[in-house]
Design a protein around this ligand. Structure first.
Ligand code: ZN
Length: 462
């Protein structure tokens, strides 16, 4: 199958130019002017006046995650359809080690979830929650299994949280093996105390989720993770950074020349803890960890993106329905399933508020959503750019289309949208996954089972 995309403006992290693209099979075969005069294609797509972008890569998602006594509402089919409609053609999910079990068992369990359902390509991080000596030994196998990043938690006491000593040990081992440690940085011990005390006082409302996870808990754990990783000789990547003091810790480490990276999630650029105070329990829709912060923090994150202190914009997509799932915490905030839907909104909202409203350049938009994630997580140059030889994960983006975000029209399998009723400018119109047209306007053309597991290589440290 040969597809010719003609007349579009190709945008990468560094270049913008008008050219035609020939996709042959799964790869980009040629880029040049007037290819139609020399090439016979099976299908020609006119992209005049549109951008041609590398497909989005979301390195932080939780599809079909069993937690909080329920299961996140998108599986590897519905989540992939939603991702595709949002211009994302690749994601990395988390295979969580259960205590007493091996890393391989975690990977097997997550491979089974994706089997036969995947529409876009995917990889896995492995979350290490029980670093026994044999698990540290087993880490040596991860690269052969296509896993080059390990997730470590400084929060969720009694569930996922590692002690400082265990954190240090795993980072040192990761450094030996060329793996990138990625960290949930909140002080779980302090949060645990604050939650118990709030409950004992009879505080049950969603806003207490934010009050019991103070910004200092994130700032402290972020700085601690950076210093512990440095002592271990490891690079480190902070997930879902939400606030200015944590950002300052990252910026400070980068100014010292350390291989320290951080992502924020698109929703933290828009919302504050005030959303959690919405009446009638509606605040539960905004319950996720770390919590939403202040308007000043949103502004600091935008500046962190523009200045290069933040490397990636992801989502931490972990959707739970308001009716029937968020409900589980109606009587106490610590039982509200933590997580929000965003896999479909990420590029659209970042483009709208970032590029359209003038906060980010188009190149920076591509870098944050595709190129930098591909490099840091061992997918570049197969993914993360539009280039000859790269996978034909290509998005044709209409920069002027206006539309309204809504749960009535989104494809995520969840009954609310954080940006309900927002009118935005810019959206994907056609989406190719390894050369297959999977989204064409409002039509989904993909096939369950066509998404592939990605054997990731060593991170390219930026
Ligand atoms: Zn997460």
């Amino acid at each position: 199958m040969k597809t010719l995309i003609v007349g579009g403006q190709i945008v990468t992290a560094t270049d913008t130019y008008v050219a035609d693209i020939l996709i042959e099979g799964e790869r980009v075969a040629l880029i040049g002017r007037d290819l139609a005069s020399t090439v016979q294609a099976d299908r020609t797509v006119d992209a005049t006046g549109k951008y041609v972008l590398p497909g989005g890569i979301d390195v932080h998602t939780h599809l079909e995650l069993a937690s909080w006594g329920t299961v996140s509402a998108d599986d590897f089919f519905t989540g992939h359809v939603a991702a595709a409609f949002g211009g994302t053609t690749c994601h990395i999910d988390f295979a969580n080690q259960a205590r007493g079990h091996s890393l391989r068992e975690a990977l097997d369990a997550w491979h089974a979830r994706a089997e036969g359902k995947a529409v876009i390509d995917y990889g896995f991080h492995v979350s290490i929650t029980d670093p026994r000596p044999e698990v540290l030994e087993e880490m040596a196998q991860l690269p052969t299994w296509g896993v080059t990043s390990v997730k470590l938690f400084l929060a969720y006491k009694g569930v996922y949280q590692l002690s400082d000593g265990d954190f240090f040990r795993v980072c040192r081992r990761a450094a030996e093996l060329g793996l990138l440690p990625i960290v949930h940085a909140e002080n779980g011990d302090v949060i645990d105390i604050l939650v118990r005390e709030a409950l004992a006082r009879g505080e049950t409302a969603p806003i207490w989720h934010a009050h019991t996870r103070p910004p200092q808990a994130e700032a402290e754990a972020t700085a601690r993770a950076i210093w512990l990783a440095e002592m271990a000789g490891a690079p480190v990547y902070i997930v879902h950074l939400t606030q200015r003091d944590a950002l300052a810790a990252v910026a400070n480490a980068r100014a010292r020349g350390r291989p320290v990276y951080a992502e924020t999630c698109v929703q933290y650029l828009f919302f504050t803890a005030e959303e959690l105070a919405r009446p009638d329990f509606e605040g539960a829709k905004w319950v996720c960890s770390p919590p939403f912060r202040t308007r000043e923090d949103c502004e600091a994150l935008w500046q962190g993106l523009a200045r290069g202190e933040l490397a990636v914009v992801s989502t931490d997509h972990c959707p739970f329905n308001f009716a029937g799932q968020k409900d589980l915490g109606r009587d106490r905030f610590d039982h509200i399933p933590n997580g929000v839907p965003a896999i479909e909104d990420r590029l659209i909202m970042l483009y709208h508020a970032g590029v359209h409203e003038g906060r980010l350049s188009l190149h920076r938009f591509v870098e944050l959503t595709s190129t930098a994630p591909a490099k840091l997580f061992g997918l570049y140059p197969r993914k993360g750019t539009v280039a000859v030889g790269s996978d034909a994960d290509v998005v044709i983006w209409n920069p002027s289309a206006r539309h309204v975000r809504s749960a009535r029209t989104h494809h995520m399998n969840v009954d609310y949208n954080l940006w309900e009723g927002w009118e935005v400018v810019g959206r994907p119109e056609q989406v190719f996954s390894r050369g297959r047209l999977i989204v064409d306007g409002d039509r989904f053309l993909g096939t369950p089972g066509s998404g592939q597991y990605l054997q990731r290589t060593a991170p390219t440290l930026l």
